[in-house]
Write a protein that binds this ligand. Structure first.
Ligand code: ADP
Ligand code: MG
Length: 204
């Protein structure tokens, strides 16, 4: 039996980690085998790449950033995600390949066909069964993550491009990408997600 891969996407502060946690709790409560991962991360190598990406000592050029995210993902997919899915587990992932398309492609402006080729290599063709795209205005997301008041115009425009990029992906793949209104309480957003997933997978 093959498991399910569910990914969470959206701009920083939209509520991905919060919602992943709430969904994991709900599924575990129903007795499903659940594994949670975050990107970049989830293997020792991928976590070390994450630390490099977050290290303020480096100004990482867009192309290097693309390849570092891809390297972390290539390892995660083969060492963790594919085996868990083969075991029939429900795998929840905080960000996945759509983040790269949205941030490095639409946000940083790298050629989309190159970004997508990179994603295909990194994911080994693995596609999420469902992607939950948490949709929230940039200003609200920055407020939630406590960065609302010290964001430069250039950074605001970057996040706006990322948000628009995600919405474009959702238009291209409406079957896979569920656009969920991320406004309201965490519990209200969770209920929106749960209603959609329960119907899709027949979970009770
Ligand atoms: N629905 C919500 N309403 C208000 N605050 C929220 C909501 N969901 C998450 N938060 C808070 O907003 C911040 C960002 O949420 P988080 O889940 O970490 O977002 P992300 O993982 O997408 O960056 C956290 O402090 C979190 O507690
Ligand atoms: Mg998070």
């Amino acid at each position: 039996m093959r498991g399910r891969l569910i990914t969470f996407e959206g701009i920083d502060g939209c509520g991905k980690s919060t919602q992943l946690h709430l969904l994991a709790q709900r599924l575990q409560g129903l007795g499903f085998p659940v594994r949670c991962f975050r990107e970049p991360g989830g293997t020792e190598l991928s976590e070390r790449i994450r630390a490099l990406l977050l290290d303020a000592a480096y100004e990482i050029v867009a192309e290097a950033e693309l390849l570092l995210f891809a390297a972390a993902r290539a390892q995660l997919v083969r060492v963790q995600l594919q085996p868990a899915l083969r075991r029939g587990e429900i795998v929840l992932c905080d960000r996945f390949a759509d983040s790269t398309t949205a941030y490095q492609g639409y946000g940083r402006g790298l050629p989309l066909e190159l970004v997508q080729a990179c994603n295909r290599l990194a994911t080994d063709g693995l596609q999420p069964d469902v992607t939950v795209l948490l949709e929230l205005p940039v200003a609200l997301a920055l407020q939630r993550s406590g960065r609302g008041d010290r964001m430069e115009q250039g950074a605001l425009e970057f996040f706006e491009r990322v948000r628009e990029g995600y919405l474009e992906l959702a238009r291209q793949e409406p079957e896979r990408i569920l656009v969920i209104d991320a406004q309201g309480s965490p519990e209200a957003v969770h209920e929106r997600i749960w209603r959609e997933l329960r119907a899709r997978f027949g979970w009770e």
